[in-house]
Every structure is written in structure tokens, then in C-alpha cells.
Design a binder for this molecule. Sequence first.
Ligand code: SF4
Ligand code: SF4
Length: 67
Amino acid sequence: MAKIVINQDRCKGCLLCVSFCPKGLIKKSAKLNKKGLNFVEFDLNGECIGCMQCAIICPDCCIEVYK
Ligand code: SF4
Ligand code: SF4
């Protein structure tokens, strides 16, 4: 199964990836990163299909997809 890795310190919490994931696997965290922003987290229990929509849409290149 595919998975993604999010660079949480680079993430600015714009939530674009949350909107674009067709499986709803990315969620806003209640925690803050080094910039003081709410980053996003990946649901490791979900079924990522490796579609790369999240990585493509992220304006800050925070997401890597592993198939
Ligand atoms: S690769 Fe696709 S399914 Fe997996 S987290 Fe990103 S948008 Fe969601
Ligand atoms: S699109 Fe990128 S910067 Fe925006 S919330 Fe997702 S990982 Fe963070």
C-alpha cells in the first residue's frame, strides 16, 4: 500500500492537500510546528492509493509519496 510523508515543519497548514485527497487521509493537527502553524497529519490506518494529488497540489512541496 502507498503512503505519504509530510514535512511538518515546512507545512503552512493551508489545507489544500486535505481538500484534494480523494480518500480523506490527511487531517489538520491540533499541534503546532516550528513556525507556530497547525500542520497536517497523514492517517496511517487509511488506504492511500498513491494518486499523488496531495503532493502535486501542495504549494510548498511538503509531501512525498511512496508506492
Ligand atoms: S497519495 Fe492520494 S490517496 Fe494518498 S494521501 Fe495523497 S491524495 Fe490521499
Ligand atoms: S498543501 Fe502542503 S502546505 Fe498546505 S496543508 Fe498540505 S502539506 Fe501543508
